[in-house]
Design a protein around this ligand. Structure first.
Ligand code: GLP
Length: 242
């Protein structure tokens, strides 16, 4: 389903859906597994989840989270790491147990990368899979850090970042050359296995690539295009903002 509504509408709607699902699971003493994204796009969603926690008593005690990706070579506490991003924007502000949070490490020795990535996949499976996946899109057409050429069968692994992706991150890192060249990302298969997906694209800069992803052919050259095949997804679009 593609929905052209305001960004505010989309954010409230996704946050309410997550909140209702968390509360439903609490009633039955069950947990909920969220797949989480970074970047500027999901920040208002995290703000709304924090508001629901502080103002409406929504508890995250039964929630597990798996982040899509992390830059290789960054310590967890690096200001631009996705660990820091998630702590600042969500985890430090809600009552999720620390042991329920999973973010790929950017500090794995090459020799152990493969085992580490398989372990990440296994942990997701052991918890019953991802119930709700939040996604944004990069201008290269990536989801997570699945850059053009990523196969639909790919699982969590180390990848080389596209130059467009590194250019887009350059200002955060104080220059293109400071942007890590590689990352660990959940694979396309990992993402497409989520039970429900909310994809968000806000602002004019995302219009062209989003159109190619959802109105063009399904191709590994635009990894996000594989989302066309997911049967429980909501495409939340608002291009009328900067
Ligand atoms: C990074 C993340 C993606 C995210 C993308 C877009 O590349 N790995 O998961 O979708 O940024 O970021 P923004 O929302 O800031 O445009």
């Amino acid at each position: 389903m593609i929905e052209f509504k305001s960004k505010e509408f989309h954010i409230k709607r996704i946050a309410n859906c997550i909140s209702e699902e968390i509360k439903l699971r609490q009633k039955f003493d069950q947990h909920l597994v969220l797949g989480l994204a970074t970047g500027s796009t999901p920040i208002p969603l995290y703000d709304e989840l924090v508001r629901l926690h502080t103002e409406e008593n929504l508890s995250f005690r039964n929630v597990y989270t798996f982040n899509l990706d992390e830059y290789c070579g960054l310590e967890d506490n690096h200001p631009e790491s996705y660990h820091t991003f998630m702590n600042v924007n969500l985890f430090d502000k809600v009552d999720i147990p620390r042991e329920n949070i999973f973010i790929p490490s950017g500090q794995i020795e090459p020799l152990f990368e493969r085992d580490y990535c398989e372990g990440y996949e296994q942990t997701i499976k052991d918890l019953g899979g991802i119930d709700i996946q939040i996604l944004g899109i990069g201008r290269s057409g990536h989801i997570g850090f699945n850059e053009p050429g990523s196969s639909v069968d790919s699982i969590t692994r180390k990848v080389k970042l596209h130059d467009i992706t590194r250019r887009d991150a350059a200002s955060d890192f104080g220059g293109f050359d400071n942007v890590p060249t590689h990352a660990i990302t959940m694979g396309m298969k990992t993402i497409l296995s989520a039970n429900r997906i909310f994809f968000m694209a806000f602002g004019e800069a995302k219009q062209e690539i989003t159109k190619r992803a959802f109105c063009g052919e399904i191709t590994d050259d635009i990894p996000a295009s594989h989302l066309q095949k997911h049967n429980k997804k909501t495409i939340c679009i608002d291009f009328n903002i900067n």
